[in-house]
Ligand binder design. Sequence first.
Ligand code: FE2
Ligand code: FE2
Length: 277
Amino acid sequence: MTDRVRLTVLADNEVCRPGLTAEHGLSVLVETGGGVVLFDTGQGRGLAGNAEALGVNLGQVHAIVVSHGHYDHTGGLATVLEQNPPARLFLHPAAVKPKFAKSDAPPHREIGMPESCRKAVFAAGERVVWNREPAEIVPGVHVTGEIPRHAPPAAGRFFLDEECRRPDPFVDEQALWIETAEGLIVLTGCAHAGLPATLDDCRRLSGGRPVAAVFGGFHLSNATNEELEAAAEALERAGAQVIGACHCTGGRGRDFLRRRISGQILDAGCGARWEWP
Ligand SMILES: [Fe+2]
Ligand SMILES: [Fe+2]
């Protein structure tokens, strides 16, 4: 349990105030009484400048968490590891494997961790925690490790090989959850394992506590009506009252959630900041 929590969005597809750089990506700084955690690092183009503009010292981060190996979550890793030699890094071993997005015709697009960041991860040696299992990062702040899926991955556009034959099962996807007196605060990277499975896993790992707030990418940009409905239902079932739907949630996903659920949907672009209590 942690007493106070502050979240600051350092990278997102949109900005909430002038002077910040938008990019397709996600990075959120989590400050609690237990420590400072950086959840994802965006593409790396905006992170350092945005942090400076927002008065955030990346050198004070105690731990970095990678939600999954896509470039738009891992591209700032080399910068952060260099600026912050003591910080530990939590990521799944599959996060450093190649990843591809299927194009209409080959060549398909490589979308994994940039090579410079992969090198920085391997050079970080014992600072790296290769976690497949749940872990407590700093007191009261946890990662899920591998998220049990509700269903096998649907035929999508993400693959593990250059020929786009082996669908990416996203075993590397993990969410972050924070224990507070009001309930859990959950952060998702892209929620490739599905928002319902992600929220269920956080609740299971916390011993069934309700979810107070959810932030991050919900991967609803190209979702079917069934997927949109399942995401809304999962947020309602979990009890989430505050929802920062950003990054790959997309405008359509956010509009749907605004119409469909009772919780408050925040504008969660780069520069947004929330504090509990
Ligand atoms: Fe993403
Ligand atoms: Fe992703």
